[in-house]
Write a protein that binds this ligand. Structure first.
Ligand code: NAP
Length: 283
């Protein structure tokens, strides 16, 4: 069975649209997201355009600040700090990766944690670790929404995550542990990954290599979440050998149409959450 992230993201966006309308009627205010894009990376430009369109759909105001690739660390941090003090801005997203020479961690940590809708500041990462309320990274949050929507119980399940980045693997590990899963994290130094994936009830793969996860690496009726986005001459695909794995897995996410649309939906959700927190609003 296909885990349809596109359909779920449509459902979430429709709910968020209603929520934005309600808040607008109640307060006269509209949530606003500011996106900072440094340089001219074509993939980043596409991601930013998609985020802007998604904001428009649900009624969130968005503003994109495009900075030249020669922008210095001080200039970037000054833009972020201006957005921090702008009361009309509820969420700030720094599009990654930054051009060489800029310090990503230092720049991210300039963002006010209350406006950190990507959940990537050290403060929000720490809150995730300590089970405190905060804004959480969009991709793993979207994966958890998918488990919830399809009633996939994680309690006691063995989940193998092939990725240890701050964007995906590390925050996902915390979210899975909170749901009582047993988590194994794999990365480029892990020996004999197949011996681990073969024992997994659920595999989350985010390597970025076409056909990395093959049929022989998974047990029958496993659940496969493919986070990767690989671009080649035929378009976009993930890590999984989708055609063969659909016959063996109980559930699998397609690429495109799986985790990607949910990542954007979670960005919108986080922006509305930040807006609500900043305006002391409940539902
Ligand atoms: P990343 O930081 O480069 O992480 C890649 C991970 O894969 C690292 O942990 C790396 O290990 C591991 N890896 C690389 N080669 C491996 C191998 N041969 N065996 C086992 N592990 C290996 O990238 P990322 O930002 O996390 O993104 C990962 C993928 O997910 C990319 O394709 C990206 O486009 C996609 N992505 C999709 C979404 C979405 O919304 N769908 C969001 C974010 C990312 P090391 O740590 O040892 O290097």
């Amino acid at each position: 069975m296909i885990l349809d992230g596109k359909e779920l993201s449509k459902k979430i966006k429709a709910q968020l649209k209603l929520e934005v309308e309600t808040f607008k009627n109640k307060t006269g205010k509209t949530p606003k997201l500011a996106v900072v894009l440094v340089g001219d990376d074509p993939a980043s430009a596409i991601y930013v355009k998609n985020k802007k369109n998604a904001c428009k759909f649900v009624g969130i105001t968005s503003e994109v600040k495009v900075l030249d690739k020669s922008t210095t660390q001080t200039e970037l941090e000054s833009v972020l700090s201006t957005l921090n003090s702008d009361k009309t801005v509820n969420g700030i997203l720094l599009q990654l990766p930054l051009p060489n020479g800029l310090n990503e961690r230092q720049a991210l940590n300039c963002i006010d944690p209350q406006k950190d809708v990507d959940g990537l500041t050290t403060v929000n990462m720490g809150k995730l670790l300590t089970n405190e309320q905060g804004l959480t990274p969009c991709t793993p949050t979207g994966i958890m929404e998918l488990f919830n929507e399809y009633n996939i119980n994680l309690d006691g399940k063995h989940v193998v995550v092939i990725n240890r980045s701050l964007l995906v693997g590390k925050p996902l590990e915390q979210m899975l542990l909170k749901k009582n899963a047993t988590v194994t994290i794999c990365h480029s130094h892990t020996k004999n990954i197949a011996s681990l994936t073969k024992n997994a009830d659920i595999i989350v793969t985010a390597v970025g290599k076409k056909n990395f996860l093959t049929k022989s690496m998974v047990k029958k009726n496993a659940i496969i979440i493919d986070v990767a986005i690989v671009r080649d001459e035929n378009g976009i695909c993930g890590d999984a050998d989708f055609k063969n794995l659909t016959k063996k897995a109980e559930f699998i996410t397609p690429v495109p149409g799986g985790v990607g649309p949910l990542t954007i939906a979670m960005l919108l959700k986080n922006t509305i959450k930040a807006f609500k927190n900043q305006n002391n609003l409940t539902d």
